[in-house]
Design a protein around this ligand. Sequence first.
Ligand code: PEP
Ligand code: MG
Length: 328
Amino acid sequence: RQATYAALRDVAPVTRDGKRVTIMMNAGLREDMSNLSLTGADGVGLFRTEFQFLVSATLPARERQTRLYRDVLDAAGDKPVMFRTVDIGGDKTLPYLRHDDGEGEENPAMGWRALRVALEREGLLKVQARSLIEAAAGRTLNVMFPLVAEPWEFDAAKTVFDGQIQYLRGQKKTLPEAIRYGVMLEVPALAEQLDLLAPKISFLSLGTNDLTQFLFAADRSNPKLAERYDWLSPAILRFVRRVVRGVEGHKVDIGVCGEMGGRRLEALALMGLGIHRLSITPASVGPIKELVGMIDLAELQTAVSGWLDHPPADMRATMSEWATARGL
Ligand code: PEP
Ligand code: MG
């Protein structure tokens, strides 16, 4: 099978009925970038910029950040990289970045983390914005914000970027050719205001790791709960369907960047729901590319739509049978 995946490296993932699907990979360190050519992924759909913060003893200086982002863009060549601004706080605490009261939180996953931290410690986001903009001089910058719950949070984050662009323009610096802004949909509440957000963004990425833990109120790091809820639950799939419909008619490139997209049946379900961009762990790129080449998307869409209208008692068993019958 490894040989099959290697052979697929330079083959674009296209379904049997001709739909080009975008299979990207997740990354977080400079070293991860070698996986791009190894797997033949279409780009980096999630670059977790907090990794450099987590492996550092002090807040990474602007020059250091700029160098990292530039190296990552250089390594990606023509392929896009979607940088996610820092997602720290919660369980990823940093000794040099503390909550004002210094107290621990009872529910860190729902606490002071991600964009919530970045908007409050604006210097953090400013430095990151400047670094990303400078690193992408003359190229396209794709940037997305984590854990957005309300459209105003996106507006506030974008304002920080606008400020840095203005400053650099004043300094006569070369700016990115284009900046595409995106948002991670990880908080269910955001799904209720997509009509307000969609006109402002270029892409939306469903972070299914956090999204599903919030949908089920089930801690993603608690193994006791991992078995209890299934990613193929109609609750999740119907939610995704609603989100896909929510951005219809808008120019929003929608994708999934959680672990869900790297699993066979889950990837099938997502593609059947109209998600045509998956960003997954590098090891899954080969298998999912192979899967894409074996499906008839129209047939899959009809099947998924039927299952969601009238959910079978056991969605996983039903989908598994369906896939086996088709040699998937
Ligand atoms: C997610 O929540 O699905 C996601 C991709 O972000 P992270 O796993 O880094 O929280
Ligand atoms: Mg997340």
